[in-house]
Write a protein of this length. Structure first.
Length: 185
């Protein structure tokens, strides 16, 4: 009796391989999603720190106060040099920036300092007047998908977070987080 040579795989063997790949994917995908969410949160914290550093430099070298909006910080001084923040964080007054799964909102607080010279981003310091304080909020675009914490900071440069779904922007008045906000360590 002559046996035929079989080349290839049986249907059962292919189904077993597909099942093994499915099990491996089911184990790996949640870890990848957590890693992406952690990366988004780290990017949001980095963006808040970048704006805090830019505000400190702006206040010290340019205006004796804080910028009215992120768009002002994205301009270089009229005398030359680099802008205070990168263009990916630039937004007009009242506008928000979406970056790495977070919506970043900047708000100047108080009233423009009338006695201060204008900003150095315009010739002869004719730019907008500086403000006495500011607040930056970073909220996840999709809670528990793009991030699980809301972040906020102010001119005091402490970054606070709230780990809860927020239907509205979390307020961090004057750098002191509203309970249960906690400073980052």
């Amino acid at each position: 009796m002559k046996m035929r040579e079989t080349k290839g795989f049986t249907l059962i063997e292919l189904l077993i391989v597909v099942a093994i790949i499915g099990i491996i994917a089911a184990i790996a995908v949640p870890g990848l999603l957590r890693a992406r969410m952690s990366g988004n949160e780290a990017s949001a914290i980095g963006s808040l720190r970048a704006v805090n550093s830019a505000q400190l430099s702006y206040s010290t070298n340019c205006a004796q106060g804080y910028a009215a909006d992120l768009q002002e910080l994205a301009k270089p001084p009229a005398s030359g040099g680099q802008a205070f923040i990168s263009p990916d964080l630039s937004a007009a007054a009242g506008a928000s920036v979406t970056k790495s799964g977070y919506t970043i909102t900047y708000t100047a607080k108080g009233a423009a300092i009338g006695t201060a010279p204008g900003s150095c981003t315009a010739a002869n310091n004719t730019g907008p007047k500086p403000w006495p304080s500011y607040e930056i909020i970073a909220d996840p675009v999709s809670f528990n998908s793009s991030g699980a914490r809301n972040f906020g900071t102010s001119e005091q440069q402490t970054i606070y977070y709230v780990q809860a779904a927020a239907s509205t922007t979390v307020t961090f008045a004057g750098g002191i987080g509203v309970a249960p906000a906690a400073p980052l360590k």
